[in-house]
Design a protein around this ligand. Structure first.
Ligand SMILES: Cc1ncc(COP(=O)(O)O)c(C=O)c1O
Length: 379
């Protein structure tokens, strides 16, 4: 079976993990965490990057920093992972879902304005598949409200030459094993404004000013605010550090596979049998994902089964949040669901990971062709 995903591994991870063990610092904020943060800051141009235990937790930190309170509304797409919404529901927010654009599967920037109310506190664009949302329009329509990027899938992506995740007030990255760069479970929050750094450090360190204490800025630390434990272990940071050193190569390797799929499957797209991803010219993507869209749910179900029989593990996601039980309880859909449900039912993700071999990706392509008919006839 060709797996859907394999966690990225460069070979240097074990050496760095051993080094963390030898340093006798395996809890958070040691040498490897500092190196990863410095890399993120240099790479993205954000004022401060703090590693977290997940992107989910980075989003929770953003919800604290944006001071989300019961009754506040937070606008986001329904076509996203549960954590995008959950992080704000935990603070008592009501979620206002808006429709996506069918071309990029990102939030439709034109649908945001009609969804705003005096209670809207934040907007959360999700850079689906590592392709950035229309951030200029989104920041403009926000009119001073917080904009929090769910950039879980967008590490190493850019919009108009600027790093995704550093395009708004807060950006949240994921380093889960399914992401382009990984640390097993992990993430980061990127802060645009230096003014948020002190509170972010406190929230991340159980509501204490321990970060200041560790830097020798105060002689004891104590409980100063609300917070939780959002800092990852050095063992995880050591794994990630190895990946940051080879980030360009990891991305390039994925892009090679992405471009191969795109070129090889174009004949199917020309015949209207599938739709391929669209990347707006202002976006540089990171090949986080390669998806195709087929006719409808029934065809997708058949194709998934067919690919499995051919030894190819393909997957789909998401069940739109507004149609899930918790989504109905904690949110509402503003405007019309023209594309969210329809497009989500047609989407299928092909295997894509660092190190996917040319032989395996060609098996994937041939299997997709076999489903639609003869390759010779269709090319
Ligand atoms: C859009 C989006 N947001 C948030 C998350 C949560 O990331 P994590 O698993 O690091 O908490 C994911 C993970 O798949 C995601 O795809």
């Amino acid at each position: 079976m060709i797996p859907f995903n394999l966690p990225p591994y460069t070979g240097a991870e074990q050496g760095y993990i051993a080094q963390a063990v030898q340093n006798h610092v395996i809890s958070g904020d040691g040498e490897f965490t500092r190196r990863c943060s410095a890399w993120l800051e240099a790479k993205t141009g954000c004022a401060k990057a703090l590693l977290t235990t997940s992107c989910t937790h980075a989003l929770e930190m953003a919800a604290f920093l944006a001071d989300i309170r019961p009754g506040d509304e937070v606008v986001m797409p329904s076509y996203t992972f549960v954590s995008t919404a959950n992080a704000f529901v935990l603070r008592g927010a009501r979620i206002v879902f808006v429709d996506i654009r069918p071309d990029t599967m990102n939030i439709d920037e034109k649908k945001i304005e009609p969804a705003l109310t005096p209670r809207t506190k934040a907007i959360v664009p999700v850079h689906y598949a590592g392709v950035a949302c229309a951030m200029d329009a989104i920041n403009a329509v926000a009119g001073g409200r917080y904009v929090i990027e769910d950039a879980a899938q967008a590490v190493m992506s850019a919009y108009k030459g600027r790093a995704a995740g550093a395009l708004a007030d807060f950006g949240c990255y994921s380093f889960h094993e399914t992401k382009n760069l990984s640390m097993g479970e992990g993430g980061a929050i990127l802060l645009k404004d230096k003014g948020h750094v002190e509170r972010a450090e406190i929230i991340r360190e159980k509501g204490t000013n321990r970060s200041k204490f560790f830097r020798g800025e105060i002689d004891k630390y104590s409980w100063v605010d609300v917070g939780s434990s959002y800092l990852p272990s050095e063992l995880n940071a050591a794994y990630l550090y190895a990946q940051t050193e080879r980030a360009e190569e990891l991305t390039q390797n994925r892009l090679d596979s992405w471009r191969y799929y795109y070129a090889e499957l174009s004949a199917l797209a020309r015949r209207g049998l599938v739709e391929l991803p669209f990347v707006p010219p202002e976006c540089e993507h990171n090949a986080h994902m390669f998806y195709i869209k087929v006719k409808d749910l029934e065809e997708r179900t058949k194709l998934l089964t067919f690919l499995k029989e051919k030894g190819v593990h393909a997957v789909f996601h998401y069940i739109p949040l507004h149609s899930s039980r918790a989504g109905r309880q904690f949110g509402r859909f503003a405007g019309e669901d023209l594309y969210t449900t329809q497009e989500s039912e047609r989407l299928l993700r092909l295997p894509l990971y660092y190190g996917l071999t040319p032989a395996d990706r060609s098996v994937v392509v041939e299997a997709v062709y076999d489903f639609f008919g003869s390759r010779r006839f269709l090319s």
